[in-house]
Design a protein around this ligand. Structure first.
Ligand SMILES: [Zn+2]
Length: 292
C-alpha cells in the first residue's frame, strides 16, 4: 500500500526534471505515489531559427517535447498528466499573443482543471513554481497562480460544485511547496559570467534569462532536500529533454577554461540540493530534510 502521494504541477516539459526532479525520485523511492502534471506543450521552447534541425524526425517541437517528457517522468518514477495548453513563450515574445497560449486563458478555467485533478488524485503534497516563476517565465507565474487557487478550491464544496456530483469529493492536500532557485546560487553564477566578460542579463540557451533579477532570498527558503543519492536518475531524466539542452549541462560544454570549470562546479552544487518555499502550512523555520 502506498504511503501517500505528491503531485508536481509545472508549466513546461522539462520543468519537472530541471527543477525538483531529484526530490520526485526520492518520493518514489520512499514508496509515495508520484504524479507530474505538465500544463503546456513546450511549443515555444526555442528561439533558434534553425530549430527545424532539432526536430529530429518529429513534425513539430511540441510533439518532440511531449515524448521527451514521457521519457523523463518514467525515469523519475511518476505518472504523467498532460493538460496540453500552448506554451506562451518568454515575456515579450511573439508567442505571448497566440490566442491559445496559456497566459491568454481564463485563470478560472485552468484552476478548474487543476482542482479536478487534485480531487481525483488526492495528493498529500503539491509542488509547483514560485510566484516569480523562477526566472520570470509568464507560464510559470500563471501556473503558480492557478495552483494556489486550485489548492484552496479543491477542499471547498462551493468551488466547482459540478465536479462533486459524481465520484469526486472535496480534498484538501496537507502542504504546498514552491521549488525555488536560491539567490546565493544565482549571484555566484552572475559573478562568474561577469568575470569572464559575459552579460548575466542575457543567460541561457536562448539568452532570454536575466540573472540580475532572479533568485529567492534565504529567508524565503524553508526546506532543502539532499538529492545526491538519486542524482544519476535526475540527470538521466534531464537528458531526455534533448531539445532543451538536457544532458549537456546548461547548454555549455564542460571544457577546460576556468569559467567552464567554475560553472560545472556550481551546477553540481545546485543539482545536488533542491530548495523549496513552503506556502502551506505556515512555515515554522528552515529545515533540511524532505517534503513529507
Ligand atoms: Zn518552464
Amino acid at each position: 500500500m502506498k504511503k501517500g502521494a505528491v503531485l508536481g504541477i509545472f508549466a513546461h516539459p522539462d520543468d519537472e526534471s530541471f527543477g525538483p526532479g531529484g526530490t520526485l525520485v526520492r518520493c518514489a523511492h520512499e514508496g509515495l505515489d508520484v504524479h507530474v502534471c505538465t500544463v503546456t506543450d513546450g511549443a515555444a521552447g526555442t528561439t533558434d531559427p534553425d530549430c527545424w534541425k532539432c526536430l529530429d524526425g518529429y513534425s513539430d517541437l511540441a510533439q518532440r517535447r511531449v515524448e521527451e517528457l514521457a521519457c523523463a517522468v518514467d525515469i523519475l518514477g511518476g505518472t504523467l498528466h498532460f493538460l496540453g495548453y500552448r506554451d506562451s513563450g518568454m515575456q515579450g515574445s511573439e508567442s505571448n499573443f497566440q490566442p491559445e497560449a496559456l497566459i491568454n486563458q481564463p485563470l478560472e478555467s485552468v484552476t478548474g482543471r487543476l482542482t479536478e485533478l487534485i480531487r481525483q488524485l488526492r495528493p498529500d503534497v503539491i509542488v509547483t513554481h514560485d510566484e516569480t516563476g523562477g526566472y520570470s517565465h509568464p507560464d510559470h507565474i500563471y501556473v503558480h497562480r492557478a495552483v494556489v487557487e486550485a489548492f484552496r478550491a479543491a477542499g471547498d464544496p462551493t468551488r466547482f460544485p459540478e465536479q462533486l456530483t459524481g465520484r469526486l469529493a472535496v480534498w484538501s492536500p496537507q502542504a504546498l511547496y514552491c521549488h525555488v532557485i536560491p539567490r546565493k546560487y544565482i549571484r555566484y553564477l552572475a559573478l562568474i559570467l561577469r568575470l569572464s566578460g559575459q552579460n548575466p542579463a542575457r543567460f541561457g540557451q536562448n539568452q532570454d534569462i536575466d540573472l540580475t533579477r532572479i533568485g529567492q532570498p534565504a529567508d524565503q527558503i524553508h526546506v532543502r532536500v539532499d538529492v545526491r543519492k538519486v542524482l544519476s536518475l535526475k540527470q538521466q531524466a534531464s537528458a531526455c529533454h534533448g531539445s532543451q539542452g538536457g544532458g549537456s549541462g546548461l547548454g555549455l560544454n564542460s571544457g577546460v577554461s576556468l569559467r567552464e570549470r567554475l560553472i560545472v562546479r556550481l551546477r553540481r552544487w545546485f543539482n545536488t540540493r533542491e530548495h523549496f518555499q513552503q506556502l502551506h502550512p505556515e512555515p515554522t523555520g528552515r529545515r533540511s530534510g524532505f517534503l513529507f
